[in-house]
Design a protein around this ligand. Structure first.
Ligand SMILES: Cc1ncc(COP(=O)(O)O)c(C=O)c1O
Length: 376
């Protein structure tokens, strides 16, 4: 089967370790294993693990703790996966089929776009658009575009909330509108919630789980938890669908990693989970102001909109150069890696992460500015 390249991911895999300034990362400073094994006997218990095959769907306690992250959710509603990527992959691989279509939010993390084009008849975009609300711009759901994108052939609607790359969080009314459209079409509503817990203001974003009987949630420990190296994610769905996912996963990875299951069980203990979220939010809330100031001071180059979640900014730039060309030049000429608007479905934007070393990020941005000024 032919599948098109997932351009952003390929670029990151090829270059993130080659450049001096990797600003393409969307998470916060990663947590160390030693920080997770900080209670009595934790290390002994961890190294005493026998490296047998683990339970294929994830251990019962791990799934029980994941279930506690959602209202009215049970371990039978969950299967653990190798990262959010596998969670999205198995979901779309199982649900999409020839003859069906995927309705897909743009801009976005484009994994679902490529999978929709490979496994279904095609993909129909609906939009987040910049909208002025109380004097400030935010990214709002264009409900009319969603209604247009959903047709009798639509089998799955995919929403990323909080969104990558914009950092938008849907309002309660927007969530209701999404559910309403999905219900009228009888379509599966797949919601990628990997940035839930990484809010710029306020508490944890409400989940779509429980709002409609055909909802599937995908999530992971990579982003809001700062644990990308664990390669751990999960899918939340009705038990019958979880069984279908398991049938597919038997052909893919069979099981998640035993060591990640052990660590994941520690991470998802509710008190620990909340303390990790508060660490993530502290980093985001400390790092965003200098980044925001940097963009606002350069309003001849950028039209900045504040993200509502995530450690990244998606910013429109005021130059005629195409975004892929711009980020390629930045990589080659300035050794800075950003992602391009093109790679998220909307040109004339760049995405920059700010969750790692903030001084280094600002130095990288100075190089971005130098090249951009030379193009004015
Ligand atoms: C919205 C979204 N979903 C899924 C993933 C993949 O997550 P993981 O790294 O756990 O595979 C990413 C990674 O950037 C993402 O941004």
């Amino acid at each position: 089967m032919k599948i098109e390249e997932f351009e952003m991911m390929r670029m990151q895999c090829l270059y993130e370790r080659e450049v001096e300034f990797n600003l393409s990362e969307t998470t916060v400073l990663p947590i160390r294993v030693s920080e997770l094994l900080d209670r009595e006997d934790d290390i002994e218990r961890f190294i005493a693990n026998e490296l047998s095959y683990p339970e294929s769907e994830g251990s019962h306690l791990f799934r029980e703790r994941i279930a506690q992250f959602y209202m009215d959710c049970k371990p039978e509603n969950i299967t653990v996966t190798n990262g959010g990527s596998e969670a999205n992959y198995v979901t779309l691989w199982t649900l999409l089929e020839p003859g069906s279509r995927l309705a897909f939010m743009i801009p976005n993390y484009m994994q679902g776009w490529g999978l929709g084009r490979a496994y279904a008849d095609g993909v129909d975009a609906f939009l987040l658009v910049k909208h002025k609300d109380g004097g400030q711009y935010r990214w709002a759901l264009d409900v009319e575009s969603l209604k247009r994108a959903v047709t009798p052939k639509t089998n799955v609607i995919l929403v990323t909330n909080p969104n990558n790359p914009t950092g938008a969080v849907l309002t309660a009314a927007e969530m209701d509108a999404v559910v309403d459209v999905a219900r009228k079409a009888g379509a599966w509503l797949v919601v990628d919630e990997v940035y839930r817990g990484a809010e710029v203001q306020g508490g944890t974003t409400p989940s779509f789980w429980g709002r409609y009987e055909k909802v599937v949630i995908t999530s992971c420990l990579s982003k809001a938890f700062g644990l990308g190296g664990m390669r751990t994610g999960w899918v939340v769905a009705p038990p019958k669908l979880i069984e279908e996912f398991r049938v597919h996963l038997d052909y893919l990875t069979c099981t998640p990693s035993l060591l990640s299951d052990h660590l994941g069980t520690i991470v998802m203990e509710p008190q620990r989970r909340e303390s990790i979220f508060s660490r993530t939010r502290q980093i985001i809330r400390k790092n965003l102001p200098p980044i925001e100031e940097w963009f606002l001071k350069r309003d001849d180059l950028f039209a900045y909109v504040r993200p509502e979640a995530g450690a990244f900014v998606y910013c429109e730039y005021k130059l005629s150069i195409n975004s892929t060309e711009l980020i390629n030049r930045l990589r080659v000429e300035q050794s800075v890696l950003l992602t391009a608007g093109d790679q998220h479905g909307l040109d004339k934007y760049i995405r920059t992460g700010f969750g790692l070393d903030i001084e280094k990020t600002l130095k990288g941005l100075a190089r971005v500015e130098a090249l951009m000024r030379s193009l004015k």
